[in-house]
Design a protein around this ligand. Structure first.
Ligand code: ADP
Ligand code: MG
Length: 296
């Protein structure tokens, strides 16, 4: 184990290392209103390669909107979003996914009529072939699978690439699911509609991870999970961090936030009200007031 299992020393080392790494995601003065209500009111931050940033904040503070703007599910009113120094602001979700972003959703989005294996396999397609879509999706009427794919943000382009890129997929998919062997490994061929909520979320994380994203966005990956399920997801996310993944995470559970994050951004009313290390943010008076205080 690095640093002889000294978690604090490792966290400090990791933080220092990633702050020197190149910026993968640059967000500047991002704004979005819905019918005159400002959901995001000028958010700015940099996410470095290999860094894990968590966004915390009360319900309605603009966390999901921020993630939806970055991943192309919403178009900003103004502001900059650069991935590896290329602007992605206003691009479609499929186009942003092509630039290497993968994400999961607050409510979990997997295809219930596909098995765990098939769902994870979808993540191995860099592009899905619109003429010859992933064969398992053909069971859905065409008017159903197009919006379903759009919902996950998986890219769709015409062309023959999907098949070639999926060649080694089966082995990689097996390996990926086996990482969740305790709960998911023996359910590879089960339809995901038969799975527990926690297992559907795990399937979704596996699908995002197997795409080898340059940037991974996770919206409340442990929402609605019990303690042991949360611990298992924490283990998975720690594995992703050690592997060097760049992760932006929305999360409520402070233990998990503290264990994983290099930095924390606290949002309230659409703006960042505090940022710093997990300890700094946890103890910031404005955070205690706006967020932690309300939960007591
Ligand atoms: P969080 O994820 O922090 O709970 P959201 O980003 O989901 O917060 O929401 C921020 C604010 O924007 C809330 O007041 C919410 O009701 C509003 N909002 C979010 N999405 C929409 C939408 N599509 N249409 C209208 N209002 C929205
Ligand atoms: Mg949310």
């Amino acid at each position: 184990a690095p640093f002889g299992g000294n978690i604090e020393a490792y966290a400090k080392h990791h933080r220092a290392k990633v702050m020197d790494a190149p910026v993968v995601l640059r967000v500047r003065d991002l704004k979005k209103s819905f019918q005159g209500l400002q959901a995001v009111g000028g958010v700015s931050f940099d996410l470095h390669q290999g860094e894990v940033i968590s966004i915390i904040g009360p319900n309605g503070s603009g966390k999901s909107t921020t993630i939806n703007l970055i991943s192309g599910f919403l178009s900003p009113d103004s502001g900059l979003i650069d991935i590896n120094e290329q602007s992605v602001a206003g691009l479609s979700a499929a186009d942003v996914s092509e630039r290497g972003l993968a994400r999961t959703f607050q409510n979990g989005r997997v295809f219930g009529g596909l098995t765990v294996r098939e769902n994870v396999e979808l993540g191995t397609h860099k592009r899905l072939d619109a003429q010859r879509p992933f064969k398992q999706l053909q069971q859905y009427p065409i008017l159903q699978w197009l919006p379903l794919l759009a919902e996950t943000g998986l890219a769709l382009i015409p062309g023959p690439r999907a098949k070639r890129e999926a060649r080694d997929a089966a082995i990689r998919v097996d390996r990926e699911i086996d990482r969740f062997k305790e709960r998911l490994g023996n359910r590879k061929d089960d339809f995901t509609y038969t799975l527990s909520y926690a297992n559907r979320r795990r399937t979704e994380i596996a699908r995002a991870h197997i795409s080898e994203p340059t940037l991974l966005l996770l919206d409340e990956p442990t929402a609605g999970m019990n303690q042991s399920e949360t611990a298992e997801v924490l283990e998975q996310l720690q594995y992703l961090k050690v592997q060097g993944h760049t992760i932006l995470l929305v999360e409520h559970k402070m233990d998990l936030v503290s264990a994983l994050s290099d930095r924390v951004l606290a949002m309230d009313g659409g703006t960042i009200i505090a940022q710093g290390t997990p300890e700094e943010v946890r103890n910031a008076p404005q955070v205690v007031e706006a967020y932690l205080g309300k939960r007591r």
